[in-house]
Design a protein around this ligand. Sequence first.
Ligand code: DC
Length: 219
Amino acid sequence: MADAPVVVAVDGPAASGKGTIARRLAEHLGFAHLDTGLLYRAVARRAMDRGGDPADGEAALRAARTLEAGDLAGEGLREETVTSAASVVAADPGVRAALLDFQRGFAAAPPGGAAGAVLDGRDIGTVVCPDAQVKLFLDASPEVRARRRVRELRQRGANAIYAAVLRDMEARDARDRDRAVAPLAPAEDAFVIDTSAMNADEAFREALAHFDARTTSQK
Ligand code: DC
């Protein structure tokens, strides 16, 4: 029988660098990659498109239960209105439960028959895949993360004001960290990388060194 897929959990707050690191690890290792934030964004988008209020639990739950893989490639999932609504629907325990099977299925049987899966999000190492062989938690100060987000928004042609981005990010962090179900927090056995003073290459090297150390010691 083929070996069980290697699962890599990459958690952290917005603009901590977790998405970039997860993508690069997956590319480097030939693993499948799932950005689980897209699931919450797609649920929020669906609830809004149907004229529902994302804060209305019924609308969000219906959207989560009927979510299809194609919705993850939907237009506008990175828009600010969707970003904010996603953190509201993500606080709903019913929505989180409805998305668990999809995420665990991806980890257990990565698409394309890949030998492993990298999932990035907020609760991968704590709730979705608590048995992941490799757990990373990326972090950075709110100021550094807000500066990164401003740069990213301006590159996309948006008009971003640092103070407003920082304020929105802190509000979203608080919603993600303080919710009752699956709050954003490092797993006890996660390797924490503070990327505040690192560039993407340095963070990637740290992440890969940890992956190598964990997977070599388990062989
Ligand atoms: O990573 P992101 O910014 O695309 O995530 C969008 C929202 O979804 C964010 O507010 C946190 C939430 N989220 C979550 O609660 N759990 C995950 N595993 C991934 C994202």
